[in-house]
Write a protein that binds this ligand. Structure first.
Ligand code: ADP
Length: 381
């Protein structure tokens, strides 16, 4: 095994989007050499990776060929070729997260069963071959989720009653009881091959109901110290159950009764950890790299409360991107702007984000929202 500071060390990443881009940025101080695989020639990593390979990360042959000369292989998206990663692992490559974790996470049905089998609290659920079958026997209100292929709320449907005249999924689904959600939380955890773990302070998230995307989040979450401890412990339990190597975002619901339920996990850097670049002593990206390379985890403590707002493509704008109002955001103390380098904007496309640091979460949220509102991601001047 070559070491990350050896001249021939190569870290291969499946996916070349914004998460990969921030991973490359975090790898600079350790002089890590990155190769990214992505189908889009102008992906956010295309012009900053040491090597950029254009190709499909869910194609067996492409991934196998991509992995051949890499020392360690990781992902920045879950929908990749698991059979190819299993083969690379068999060949002795370090593949983190393991293909077995990715296989579970790619299927929301298997993921829920995993939680159930490992005693991880999660909402009640049942698996069905189609949405209409689920509606007949599961009862309402409920939440139907496509088992495979959904992301960012696409493939999730809230069903109020059996008369809901919705176009139902005709592929396998998970039906879940509709949880009364007080807060949506995310806890990021890391674990290296030696079993050393770390956990980040929890994050509270707010979603854009139209686009089902995280619109605003802040850390620390506005919960009691006891709940904070419970959330962090639950996050760590989930990482141990998966025998994780790498980083994992554990998304949870907090109910009005104070119960924590795990909704889903993402075994990679996550939108809910963007703020950690400026706000935490060690960012989620640096922590992911440390876990992959079996290095000791860094301190996860927050330097100050922080908030993060996604910069989404404006409605009605589809074309070459133009950012309006960046100057005002950049002129605000404690506001940091990240642009992902996507040349084309579309309504609700994640084009960048704003992180704001302040003395309190409320102040950080207000600052992030003001800065994000000042910016408009448009397709023309
Ligand atoms: P995705 O993987 O597409 O982000 P999620 O499973 O996270 O899908 O669901 C998207 C959103 O739908 C959640 O953030 C939450 O607001 C809502 N949701 C999901 N499951 C439930 C549930 N069982 N009860 C109530 N709301 C839910």
């Amino acid at each position: 095994m070559t070491h990350f500071f050896d001249a021939d060390f190569k870290l291969g990443v499946l996916g070349g989007g914004q998460l990969g881009r921030m991973l490359i940025e975090a790898g600079g101080p350790l002089n890590i050499w990155f190769s990214m695989l992505d189908p889009a020639a102008d992906a956010p990593c295309a012009h900053i990776a040491h090597e950029f390979v254009q190709g499909s990360f869910d194609d067996y042959e492409t991934v196998l060929a991509f992995g051949r000369d890499k020392s360690v292989i990781t992902v920045e998206i879950e929908h990749v070729s698991v059979p190819a990663l299993k083969q690379l692992k068999k060949q002795g490559k370090w593949v983190y997260p393991s293909p077995e974790i990715l296989e579970i996470v790619q299927d929301k049905g298997q993921q829920k069963q995993f939680f159930e089998n490992h005693g991880i609290p999660t909402s009640k659920f049942e698996l069905f071959d189609s949405g209409s079958e689920a509606l007949q026997s599961f009862g309402t209100p409920c939440v139907l989720k496509l088992r495979k292929g959904g992301y960012d709320g696409r493939g999730v449907m809230v069903i109020k009653d059996t008369h809901s005249a919705l176009p139902l999924f005709d592929t396998p689904v998970v039906a879940e009881e509709k949880v009364d959600i007080l807060k949506e939380l995310s806890v990021i955890v890391s674990r290296n091959a030696s079993g050393q773990t770390s956990v980040f302070p929890s994050v509270e998230m707010y979603f854009n109901s139209e686009a089902n995307l995280v619109e605003l989040l802040f850390s620390p979450a506005n919960i009691s110290p006891h709940q904070e401890q419970q959330a962090q412990e639950l996050g760590l339990r989930v990482a141990e159950a998966f025998n994780l190597v790498g980083i994992m975002a554990v998304e949870m619901f907090l109910t009005p009764e104070g119960t924590l339920l795990v909704n889903e996990v993402a075994p990679r850097p996550h939108n809910s950890g963007h703020h950690s670049i400026e706000a935490n002593i060690t960012s989620q990206y640096q922590q992911h790299l440390r876990a992959l390379l079996n290095l000791p985890p860094g301190d996860t403590a927050l330097r100050t409360p922080a908030a993060m707002a996604n910069l989404l493509g404006a409605k009605g704008h589809d074309g070459p991107v133009f950012y309006q109002g960046l100057e005002q955001a950049l002129a605000t103390t404690g506001v940091f702007v990240h642009l992902y380098g996507k040349s084309h904007t579309k309504p609700f496309r994640k084009m960048g984000h704003i992180t704001a640091l302040a003395n309190t979460s409320e102040e950080a949220c207000a600052k992030a929202q003001t800065a994000a509102r000042a910016i408009s991601v448009r397709s023309s001047r």
